[in-house]
Design a protein. Structure first.
Ligand SMILES: [Zn+2]
Lengths: 348, 314
């Protein structure tokens, strides 16, 4: 018996903790330029090739960490849904595929929801995990989008959805098809509250996902090089019997064809979102979420000096969006005209 | 008529009946006796076959070229039909037709996929596979219906949205997504019937409705059985397995509470009895319209959202 392996090693392990997920090869090749990428540098560069700028897949939790302020966010659990409603079986049972993906990702399904702030603005993010059955959308993912939208409405936060998905989860049959309208019902709840709904399209966004919630955002951002489209490239080539150009269905191609607002490098996403939210979320700022930021948007002021709402600007809009908040502010304004919140409204 | 493999014994008998009928002469009385016997055998066989069609057989029946198509329905049940063309943006798409008309005395907007019935019309209508323009025209017509508070009827019959280069360039995904959104936003009743094939996003784009019915032998699926088989079984030969696993029949869809009802087809399928099938659809549409009229604009939109929000919850 080896004393070292049986006693010392486990003890060391218990002290320093198991070393997990250290890849056997500490480097990989970039699929785009074939350049050698060392993991440490690659990670430091947000999983973007530092030779050619190719955006490689990034772990959902890392993505969330680089998007939220100070990397801090709170996970929102997704409610349980009936798994495998159709008892689907191909060469493998869907139930087994699900279990394998759950074990691999340590998540319940292909979507993760988080709440926090970006540039000080309240945000709920629903991010797809491509590693979980190709990010396919079934009932659990649909439920996740619903939950994210409900959370955004409750928090009076913006909703950002980040698809990375091959499309509908065919193992759930037409139930997965119904997640297309269902996800749109969900994001409509956010829109109807006057809250921003922003989509960040990442590689890939195709099929039933691209043809539903992912294409009805107030603003569409896309990561460079991301494949975005409805039908698969091969299906199209077989149908039209021609070879498609290399850039077909890339983010840049969609930008050229008017389907996305901008292509944004991963490193610039947070700053871009922060700016967009700052420009869009006037109502919530007035309402109290960003009172500390009052002076910033003084050009949009539409309230009189004593804090009483007037005109059709943000405050009038707020009336619709959050009457109870406005009432409170108005009450503040009349009873103590010099109270802080009222001043903040006035200064805007 | 295109032949269905599983109908072979029936078709053979029908062939013999025709042959016998064409015979003339002394044995006429004897023949009519024989024909009668054979005909009752045919109807027994049809009843037996059509009462237990497998999902894969239903896929074939649903796609049968002789089933009544959009224009057959419109011509038979809508008066004053006035087709409206174009998406006001790029083109007119004849794969998805629509317009104003009078159904049961009531003004309606009616639209649907048209597959065509011979080579010329199939090409003209692109086999019922719409491009973004089709879905944008659908949006325009639905918004018009909303504006004038006119109910919407949609007839779904498509293998799916067209997977072409131009379709992608012009935003097929966005056109479908937006069409679903418009379905959800209109404040008038929408009633949909899957009359043949309900193919994925191309179908749901106009079937996000207050009431969704399926003809008895129609199908509704997230992916074609062939496509599903080639991905999950790695062979299109497994399409019958995929057809069963996908639960795409009207009966499965009702069982899973994803549709509101099934419209019975005459024995032997809609392809054998166009007029009766169209009448059955019209009866269901009349009942649904009656049920939904008059409507509260806000309430009907809300209840539609609620209906789809619940799909997939236990
Ligand atoms: Zn590279």
């Amino acid at each position: 018996m080896n004393w070292l392996t049986n006693f010392i090693r486990p003890r060391i392990r218990s002290i320093v903790g198991e070393q997990k997920d250290v890849p056997d090869n500490l480097w990989q090749k970039c699929e785009a330029c074939e350049g050698m990428l060392f993991h440490k540098e690659l990670k430091a560069n947000l999983n973007v090739c530092y030779h050619c700028g190719n955006h490689l897949a990034i772990d959902v939790k890392e993505r969330l960490a680089i998007m939220f302020d100070e990397g801090k966010y709170e996970r929102v659990p997704t409610p349980a849904v009936p798994h495998d409603p159709l008892k689907f079986k191909d060469s493998k049972k869907y139930a087994d595929r699900l279990k394998a993906s759950q074990a691999k990702t340590r998540e319940l399904d292909a979507i993760q929801i988080a709440r926090g702030t970006i540039g000080g603005q309240k945000v709920v993010i629903a991010a797809f995990d491509f590693a979980f059955m190709g990010g396919s959308m079934g009932t659990a993912v649909g439920e996740g989008i619903v939950k994210a939208a409900e959370t955004a409405v409750k928090d009076h936060a913006a909703l950002i959805v980040i698809p990375a998905s091959g499309g509908a989860r065919m193992q759930e049959g037409a139930l997965s098809l119904m997640q297309m309208p269902r996800s749109i019902v969900a994001v409509n709840m956010v829109k109807e509250e006057g809250l921003p709904y922003i989509v960040l399209l990442t590689n890939p966004t195709t099929g039933g996902v691209s043809a539903s919630f992912a294409m009805v955002g107030d603003i569409h951002l896309a990561e460079p090089g991301a494949m975005i489209g409805f039908a698969g490239r091969r299906v199209i080539e077989e149908t039209v019997r021609e070879t498609l150009p290399k850039e077909f269905q890339t983010a840049e191609y969609l930008l050229d064809h008017g389907m996305v607002d901008m292509v944004v490098k991963r490193a610039d996403i947070k700053e871009t979102l922060s700016r967009l939210l700052d420009l869009l979320m006037i109502r919530t700022k007035v309402g109290g979420a960003k009172l500390g930021n009052g002076g910033k948007n003084s050009n949009t002021a539409s309230a009189s000096k004593n804090g009483k709402p007037s005109g059709r600007g943000p405050v009038a809009l707020l009336k619709k969006a959050a009457p109870e908040i406005l009432k409170k502010k108005a009450a503040n304004a009349t009873s103590e005209p010099n109270a802080k919140p009222a001043n903040k409204i006035a200064s805007r | 008529m295109s032949q269905l493999e599983f109908e072979k014994p029936i078709l053979e008998l029908e062939g013999k009946i025709t042959e016998l009928r064409n015979m003339s002469g002394d044995s006429a009385l004897h023949i009519s006796d024989e024909v009668g016997k054979m005909q009752s055998k045919v109807s027994k066989l049809l009843t037996a076959t059509y009462s237990k069609l497998t999902p894969a057989q239903k896929v074939q029946v649903a796609r049968h070229g002789d089933r009544p198509h959009f224009l057959d329905y419109v011509n038979a049940m809508v008066t004053d039909f006035t087709p409206l063309a174009g998406d006001r943006n790029f083109a007119e798409d004849q794969a998805l037709l629509g317009g104003l008309g009078r159904f049961n005395g009531q003004s309606v907007v009616i639209m649907g996929h048209e597959r065509g019935h011979d080579t010329d019309t199939r090409l003209k209508h692109n086999f019922g596979m719409a491009r973004p323009e089709g879905y944008r025209k659908a949006q325009r017509l639905m918004e018009m219906a909303d504006h004038f508070q006119i109910p919407i009827i949609t007839l779904v019959d498509t293998a799916g949205a067209y997977p072409g280069r131009g379709a992608e360039e012009r935003g097929q995904a966005q056109a479908i997504a937006k069409s679903i959104e418009v379905c959800l936003n209109v404040k008038v009743p929408i009633i949909s019937v899957i009359i043949g094939e309900g193919g994925s996003g191309g179908a749901i784009a106009i079937a996000t409705a207050d009431r969704v019915y399926m003809l008895e032998h129609s199908i509704y699926s997230v992916i074609s059985p062939e496509g599903c088989a080639s991905i999950l079984w790695r062979s299109a030969a497994n399409a019958p397995d995929a057809a069963a696993a996908l639960k795409l029949t009207a009966q499965d869809m009702k069982e899973n509470k994803l549709i509101d009802g099934i419209i019975a087809e005459p024995i032997g399928g809609a392809q054998r009895h166009k007029a009766e099938t169209i009448e059955s659809v019209a009866v269901q549409l009349r009942a649904a319209l009656k049920e939904l009229t008059p409507w509260d604009p806000d309430a009907i939109k809300k209840s539609r959202a609620k209906k789809f929000l619940a799909m997939g919850r236990a």
